[in-house]
Design a protein around this ligand. Structure first.
Ligand code: MN
Length: 248
């Protein structure tokens, strides 16, 4: 749609002999050829694994839809755009791309970092919600007890980290292949994969994640967020981390 509109505008400009039309006349054929449709891959926006209102206990349906469709969707599009002329980068799985940002050409490195990081962060984020909260069980509960004493302490420390992020960013729990856990924060859309660490869970504390319902009350959002965690999905991620198969 946007492309059609742009073509129509350009056609109109040329017909009217306007500045826009003159610009079009002066544009070399090679530059026009680059105005191709936006790439549709290799990265794609997966459907949410639940309805927009599945996380109402913490996040309203409108926020879920806007956040997924436009914030995450925009990052997927921008990532594909950034690597559209880099076939070697297109071939890399997202986690490998983020773990090797130093190999990404400088001209597109920031775009790959921000949009690739955002794609990984949001994919993980959607994947661990849609549940009813409560507490983890089994191996994951044991790991939390080992590294944080108990679940309440773990949750309090995570919330303190999330609430303490200045401006836009994320709080994460990283997981080693040995199953050890740690709480970290990152600014912007950075992801611990950029430092070679795998993510078990993470909470998005950009204002777009909570502003419609909570406005400035981030601590209320981070407290409620635990009510929609699906611990069975987190347990699957934990098992994958120990098996060496966890990606983003
Ligand atoms: Mn977000």
């Amino acid at each position: 749609m946007a492309i059609l509109q742009r073509r129509n505008l350009l056609g109109l400009g040329a017909a009217l002999g306007s500045t826009l039309g003159a610009t079009l006349w002066a544009t070399p054929r090679s530059a026009l050829a680059q105005a191709a449709p936006a790439p549709t891959g290799p990265h794609t926006l997966a459907p949410l694994p639940y309805a927009f209102d599945a996380n109402e206990a913490a996040i309203d349906a409108r926020t879920m839809e806007l956040h997924w469709r436009f914030h995450h969707g925009g990052q997927v599009n921008n990532l594909n755009m950034a690597i559209r002329e880099h076939t070697a980068l297109q071939a890399l799985p997202l986690d490998q791309l983020l773990m090797n940002l130093g190999q990404v050409p400088e001209a597109v490195r920031t775009a790959v970092r921000n949009n690739g990081g955002g794609h990984a962060n949001h994919s993980m984020f959607w994947g661990i919600m849609g549940g009813r909260g409560g507490e983890p069980t089994g191996e994951l509960a044991a790991a939390i007890a080992q590294d944080f004493t108990d679940f309440a302490t773990f949750r309090n420390r995570f919330n303190a980290a999330a609430n303490g992020v200045f401006g836009s960013g994320w709080a994460f729990v990283t997981v080693t292949q040995a199953g050890r856990l740690a709480i970290v924060t990152r600014p912007g859309q950075d992801n611990p994969l950029m430092d070679g660490q795998r993510v078990l869970i993470g909470n998005d504390v950009w204002e777009h994640a909570y502003y419609l319902r909570y406005q400035n009350r981030r601590a209320e959002y981070t407290a409620n967020w635990w009510n929609v965690i699906d611990w069975s999905k987190v347990a699957t991620r934990y098992a994958a981390a120990k098996a060496g198969t966890l990606t983003v």
